[in-house]
Design a protein. Structure first.
Length: 248
């Protein structure tokens, strides 16, 4: 078993990989996490393997536990045939999983970090003195549930989901740009139209002020004319009733 990129050199001789027999990969989930364990040193506290995978992976996993240094935050990956063993150390415990090589590293290490949080939340106070497989009955179902979540739920891969959303947004933007270009409305034309609309708006405001001033003067003249007509009518009426000299 060769150390995959990201592993640490000098961790000992290569270990045998999972069995290459008919059951070794016939039922393995493509691109999935197939096996996981939690250990303190070489003492396995809990483990779970998917029923569809077979082989000597558990022997390989236990052999790897003896090669993991007592270093907080240690991360490594080792390739074994079509599978890769990923290891994470945290708070004196080792979290290991075996995944299909096509899965890459991001999702398996996200799974191990999630398992670390789950395990520490339950057994932080007692893990240091636990015997082999003491937590297996309670925690193996948790390993199974988290394993299937990371294998099947798209929400598990946050980075992949964000990349998908960015790609979808990019496709929408490209489609919109193509529609604009298809109508012959290039960006330069749109800028020119924007400038033209701004100039037209300024001219409209100026014309509106001129028209408002013109209407005000027109109303004022009309008021003066009406007042003059009223006075003239009153004068004529007085002249008819009395005389031009106002001698009634």
């Amino acid at each position: 078993m060769a150390a995959a990129p990201g592993g640490r050199p000098g961790l000992g001789a290569p270990l045998p990989g999972p069995s290459a027999g008919p059951g070794a990969s016939a039922g393995a989930l493509p691109g999935g996490i197939l096996y996981a364990l939690v250990a303190r040193g070489s003492v396995v506290l809990a483990e779970h393997a998917e029923p569809s995978v077979a082989g000597n992976f558990s022997v390989v996993a236990v052999g790897l536990l003896g090669k993991v240094p007592a270093e907080e935050g240690f991360r490594a990956s080792w390739a074994a045939g079509q599978h890769v063993f990923h290891v994470l150390s945290s708070a004196g415990l080792t979290y290991l999983c075996m995944a299909d090589q096509a899965l890459g590293k991001r999702l398996p290490f996200a799974f191990l970090a999630d398992v670390s949080q789950q395990f520490q939340g339950r057994y932080a106070a007692v893990a240091s003195g636990a015997v082999a497989y003491e937590m297996n009955t309670e925690f193996a179902p948790v390993l199974r549930e988290r394993m299937r979540f990371f294998n099947t739920d798209p929400r598990a891969d946050t980075v992949g989901r964000v990349r998908g959303e960015v790609l979808e947004l990019k496709n929408v933007m490209v489609d919109n740009i193509e529609k604009v270009l298809g109508r012959g409305e290039r960006l330069e034309v749109l800028v020119q139209k924007t400038d033209s609309l701004g100039q037209q708006a300024f001219a409209f405001k100026r014309q509106a002020r001129v028209l408002r001033r013109h209407m005000w003067w027109q109303n004022a003249r009309m008021a003066v004319i009406i007042a003059a007509l009223v006075l003239l009518a009153a004068y004529i009426l007085v002249c008819i009733i009395c005389s031009p000299t106002f001698q009634c």
